[in-house]
Design a protein. Structure first.
Length: 429
């Protein structure tokens, strides 16, 4: 099989339906799967063999999505779930329990921050937020109950590229995996190539690209030695009452280095039930087929918009990797040589009122909460996506009162610039 993402996005995990020879992936809209006999059923439930049991746990359509994402990322296995939020939650709950902690970058999407700071806190799991400009901050925040590090590759909305290799290396010294949310940078960077152990996505965004389907994906790199981590990772190295006392680092060895993702599938997904529907899995597969083409267009258009905004006197600041300086520029060059994504932010000299006027004057760009659509999108994070955060928390994630976030689509660049230009003129009064 090719290693080129353009080819993998079309062919990985599927060739044809053996029953009908259909080339397109079918939608297996079924809850259940018939077992051949009692021995077959027992083998599936006992994990001596892998196969379909119930769509809450796995499904043939979803299986193609999982295999395709594992191939694109260079991982060994993947699990598709109901949303990006459930992917973030599962990624941590698979390792941490009440009394444990996780060290996370401050540079996060507002929904993830709230999940970590409040919901996980209510579950007894502490998330310690540190500034990623200093990778050693992760080491300083680590203690004997730290189970994982977490970060976004290209943080939404701060857009300051995360030092993946540096933090991954620190984590491996302690036996701690780095979990990377790569939602904003699919195909632009593969975090496993830089030492990350787990990669997750909100598949709702760029993977789908069409704004029709909610989903999430977690990919296991198969490159982290859970057994060697020993007591540092009790979730994988001590008997799990959720599955007949299985010690996951031992139990799945005959199946390959998939302890992390298989545990997640047969415990968290089985019990919590945050499964993706076969229809949404299929729709996201349609988006992935054109992902390589779209990411190039998103990156090119966003860079052009950043340059345009930087030349406007009514724009006080533009936030985009292409305009970064110093260490941020070095990290952008290191991790994003294939393109710098479709997100950018800016501040108007007129502050909050000018920002609201800009949003209200847009004609082509949509005012929505999503990112990663083929269409261009705009939003004011402080009053929407990050509104549940305190002013201090907003500042830590990169959101100021007048910040505008754009998700630049794949329309013709002249039309994108024309709409942004007329909205800026309207905001200037």
């Amino acid at each position: 099989m090719s290693t080129h993402p353009e080819t993998l996005a079309l062919h990985a995990g599927w060739r044809r339906d053996e029953a009908t020879t259909a080339v397109a992936v079918p939608i297996y809209q079924t809850t259940s799967f018939q077992f051949d006999n009692t021995d077959h059923a027992a083998g599936l439930f006992g994990l001596s063999q892998l196969g379909n049991i119930y769509t809450r746990i796995m499904n043939p359509t979803t299986d193609v999505l999982e295999k395709r994402m594992a191939a694109l990322e260079g991982g060994v296995a993947a699990l598709a779930v109901a949303s990006g939020q459930s992917a973030s939650l599962f990624a941590l709950l698979n390792l941490a329990k009440a009394g444990d902690n996780v060290v996370s970058s401050t540079d996060l999407y507002g929904g993830t921050w709230n999940l970590f700071a409040n919901q996980l806190k209510d579950m007894g799991i502490e998330v310690r937020f540190v500034d990623p400009t200093d990778p050693e901050a992760f080491a300083r925040a680590t203690d004997d109950r730290t189970r994982a590090y977490y970060a976004e590759t290209l943080p939404n909305p701060k857009l300051r590229v995360f030092p993946i290799a540096e933090v991954a290396a620190i984590g491996r010294r302690f036996g701690i995996p780095l979990i990377m949310d790569n939602t904003a940078a699919p195909l632009l960077v593969r975090p496993f190539d830089h030492g990350a152990a787990v990669v997750m996505y909100s598949a709702t965004k760029y993977l789908g690209g069409h704004g029709t389907s909610i989903g999430g994906v977690i990919i296991d790199g198969g490159n982290f030695d859970w057994e060697a981590a020993g007591a540092r990772q009790p979730a994988l190295n001590t008997p799990d009452a959720n599955y007949h006392g299985a010690v996951w680092s031992q139990a799945v060895k005959p199946l390959g280095p998939i302890a992390y993702i298989l545990k997640m599938r047969v415990t968290l997904l089985r019990d919590i039930g945050a499964c993706i529907s076969p229809m949404n899995a299929w729709l996201i597969l349609q988006g992935i087929e054109t992902l390589a083409l779209r990411m190039r267009a998103h990156s090119d258009n966003a860079a052009a918009v950043a340059k345009f905004l930087a030349g406007r006197k009514d724009v006080a600041k533009v936030i985009h990797p292409s305009l970064a300086t110093g260490l941020d520029a070095e990290r952008a060059a290191k991790y994003l040589p294939r393109g710098q994504g479709g997100l950018l932010g800016f501040e108007l000299t007129g502050g909050v009122d000018a920002g609201k006027a800009f949003i209200n004057a847009l004609k082509m760009l949509y005012h929505v909460a999503n990112i990663g659509d083929a269409r261009s999108l705009a939003i004011h994070p402080a009053s929407t996506t990050h509104s549940q955060l305190t002013a201090e928390e907003q500042a830590a994630t990169g959101v100021t009162p007048g910040y505008i976030r754009l998700s630049i689509g794949i329309e013709h660049i002249d039309d994108i610039l024309a709409d942004i230009g007329q909205a800026l003129d309207a905001a200037a009064g």
